[in-house]
Ligand binder design. Sequence first.
Ligand code: CMC
Length: 427
Amino acid sequence: MPDTLTITDNRTGTTIDIPIENGAIRATAFEELRAPDTEHGLMLYDPAFMNTASCKSRITFIDGDRGILLYRGYPIEQLAEHSTYLETAYLLVHGELPTASQAEEWNREITHHTLIHENVKQFIDGFHHDAHPMGILVSTVGALSTFYPDATQIYDEAQRRISIYRLIAKMPTLAAFAYRHSLGLPYNYPDNDLSFPGNFLSMLFKMVELKYEPAPEIEHALDVLFILHADHEQNCSTNAMRSVGSSHPDPYTATAAAVAALYGPLHGGANEAVVRMIGRIGSIDRVPEFIEGVKAGKERLMGFGHRVYKNYDPRAKVIKQMADQVLGVTGTSAELDIARELEKIALEDEYFVSRKLYPNVDFYSGFIYRALGIPVDMFPVLFAIPRVSGWLSQWEESLLDKEQKIARPRQVYLGSARRDYVPLGSR
Ligand code: CMC
């Protein structure tokens, strides 16, 4: 059987055969279907890219029906169990796991780029004390481009490498400085002796002690959360990164656009909504009443359901197990008990079962962040820190893809036809 699609335009009787490649057809093939008196060929209308592939990618694979997530072919569960965030970031960027010497060089480069220019501190100081940390992150990441003008040479591989090191390394520093600013506390400089997550915890929480020593369980939990959030194929912020990157600005500017996209509550903010929802429920005995309200359409069970996963989100499985470990160190949480009860009831209820609604990545992550003492405002920032490695991998893949051009969608125009300007006095 030929791998083609045959389309007949009933307006004109024209028939075309379109090759099917990798389970997709090229939208431009439809251009030749043109009705008389129309100014352009047939277009595909797909708001929100519900069924349009915008790129070919070799980075992340998701099978939503079977609950599978692979980074460069490796299952997320195996990476969460055996890898570190820095190693996973290398994998995303380079396509292969590093050898021992490659890992050593990668870790050394990232560790040595964690400091930020002193001027950045000065403009963080200029933000109001209650400025949202994502607002500070968008601005400071974008501002980094002014410190590294050579980063505009995006087709110079050495420049791309150093920008990648700098961005992965400096995100935790910018995030921690934003947090310290909100509390009026002095900034903590990076500690290069610590691991990537350990250093971040030190920059967040070190007070007057000479050396901050993170609890190993907490450091590990944060590292796993970073692995789980590192990439998720063509989501909203990755699409922003690729789209802005397609006009060829430096990567700091494109990353600022991706952080901005992540800021929205439909993307990076659902874990915050889960924590607030649990707060409203208040106690385990009120869970059944809340579930009845959800089923009656009064509100949604936040942290449940996903556009792609119609099965248990594989990231949520790992996070749920980790929540027990973290809470074992930080002390039990009444909120987590309510969440567990919600999940138990929902997974047995026909309403949720028939709609294939399962916990997603956001259902349990907020409780871990809370247990670590991280305020709700910082949750999307915690998402942005590791996601930068996914954004940069996708950005570089896009730049090197000969089929990519500046992103420029078409539109279906429904406005006024041509008409003549009417002077103000005659309207
Ligand atoms: N609680 C109750 N009912 C729900 C929920 C929910 N969380 N999610 C979906 N439904 C129902 C929905 O009412 C609809 O029912 P019906 O067929 O009777 O009208 C059915 O399930 C299908 O829902 P949908 O809105 O068509 O599904 P979608 O794929 O457009 O929405 C979603 C996906 C994630 C926006 C949605 O499930 C939701 O709002 N979940 C809560 C918010 C949340 O947790 N978001 C985090 C997503 S994971 C983070 C990320 O990867 O960016």
